[in-house]
Design a protein around this ligand. Structure first.
Ligand SMILES: Cc1cc2nc3c(=O)[nH]c(=O)nc-3n(C[C@H](O)[C@H](O)[C@H](O)COP(=O)(O)OP(=O)(O)OC[C@H]3O[C@@H](n4cnc5c(N)ncnc54)[C@H](O)[C@@H]3O)c2cc1C
Length: 371
């Protein structure tokens, strides 16, 4: 086990922002877990459980960095189990394995369940934390169980998916440091064809009617093309690459507003948890944030998609301020309070720097939104 004191965290995140970790430990092999636990427990009285880090694609690290130990998960590996000719195949995956590689492997194996998750950056271990999802699929569709280290119980635990409280971009792990996810088991169904393609942009790209099931690789290719056009695939654009994807959750809307929002052309979708949500990016656009427009020094709206991205000289304080400005203006202009999807990592005053904002001026009441 190697401990690096004062390691810079910014290069380990996709925003490229934030200060150093008081100590950074890499967990490349689960055989090293006992040493990591011994070290982390020495620090727990002062700092609480260590902070897990995957590829840093959903975090905003404080400018002062992180005084709790940071555990970077780089353990990789995929183990298929069960007979390959059976209808369902189980796969056990190490937490530090790149999600994109797992998705590609399932498509290559002729397994449906993850093909729409293509292009989402990050590690497999972080995927249940916010129940990652896109274009109609979520981790909750395929997750069987997670194996974790529980810092409170000080032992290994196995949580069946039903106990993970997987909801819309949330779970029992979100904003909780209690458990370090070590490995995960998924179950996928053998099929040459994808799940029904329901999202308009993807069916348009494929030239098929909504609900069509197309060859797995074609579905994945179409999703990737749609994502690339929005700058939602890292490494595919020359600019606006310092991103965390969607900064905000898509807010839930009551049934009474679905018709009105659809009539106004807003993308409104039903999610597996039963909620109906409007896209946060649409609300950001409706609040008057044009593509490519600056929000604060060093932080702007992407030129490709209405989301915040970092530029030269941006600090975590700048980014957090930009988040507040967007929330406030969206609330004032649309009556919807956006909630951040990203995690605030490090020495922020509270787990999330964002609090419910007071209403300003004469804007409409916050009729819908997360709470
Ligand atoms: C361009 C872009 C597009 C994106 N598109 C999508 C999308 O379509 N859908 C979507 O849902 N998300 C999307 N995201 C967000 C992000 O990719 C996911 O949230 C991803 O799961 C984060 O993985 P990570 O390894 O980078 O986690 P990190 O950012 O390193 O960590 C995220 C959180 O998970 C915790 N964590 C990480 N690993 C573990 C572990 N092993 N055990 C316990 N806790 C852990 C961290 O402490 C932190 O709180 C996108 C991001 C970008 C930059």
């Amino acid at each position: 086990m190697r401990i690096v004191h004062g390691a810079e965290l910014a290069p380990l995140t996709t925003l490229g922002i934030g200060g150093p970790a008081a100590s950074l430990v890499e967990l490349r092999d689960l055989a090293d877990l006992p040493d990591v636990v011994t070290y982390a427990r020495q620090e727990m009285d002062r700092h609480g459980p260590p902070v897990a880090l995957g590829h840093g694609s959903n975090v905003l690290v404080h400018d002062a960095g992180c005084s709790a130990p940071v555990l970077r998960m780089t353990n990789r590996g995929i183990r298929w189990s069960g007979a390959r000719d059976e209808d369902r195949v189980q796969v056990e995956v190490q937490a530090g394995h790149p999600l994109a590689d797992l998705v590609a492997a399932t498509v290559a194996e002729g397994l449906t369940g993850m093909e729409m998750l293509t292009g989402i950056p990050g590690t497999v271990g972080a995927a249940p934390v916010q129940n990652v999802g896109a274009y109609g699929q979520e981790v909750s569709d395929t997750l069987v169980e997670v194996r974790a280290w529980d810092w409170r119980l000080n032992r290994h635990v196995t949580l069946p998916a039903a106990q993970c409280e997987l909801g819309h971009r949330t779970s029992v792990f979100k904003r909780s440091r209690r458990r370090l996810l070590l490995s995960l088991v998924f179950s996928l169904r053998r099929s040459a064809r994808s799940a029904p393609v329901r999202y308009r942009q993807v069916t348009d790209a494929l030239g098929v009617p909504p609900g069509s099931r197309v060859p797995l690789a074609e579905a994945a290719r179409a999703v990737l093309a749609v994502r690339r056009a929005k700058g939602m695939v890292l490494g595919s654009s020359l600019h606006d690459e310092r991103s965390v994807g969607s900064v905000f959750l898509s807010p839930a809307i009551p049934p009474s507003r679905v018709g009105e929002l659809r009539a106004a052309g807003a993308p409104v979708n039903r999610f597996p948890d039963g909620s109906t949500r409007v896209s946060a990016s649409r609300l950001i656009r409706d609040a008057g944030f044009g593509l490519g427009s600056p929000v604060v020094r060093g932080v702007q709206i992407s030129a490709l998609h209405p989301t915040l991205v970092a530029g030269d000289g941006a600090t975590a304080a700048d980014f957090a301020r930009a988040v507040d400005i967007v929330r406030r203006r969206v609330l004032d202009r649309t009556g919807v309070l956006l909630s951040p999807e990203i995690d605030y990592l490090g020495d922020w005053e509270s787990p999330s720097r964002i609090r419910r904002l007071p209403r300003r001026g004469r804007g409409p009441a916050p009729a819908v939104g997360e709470s």
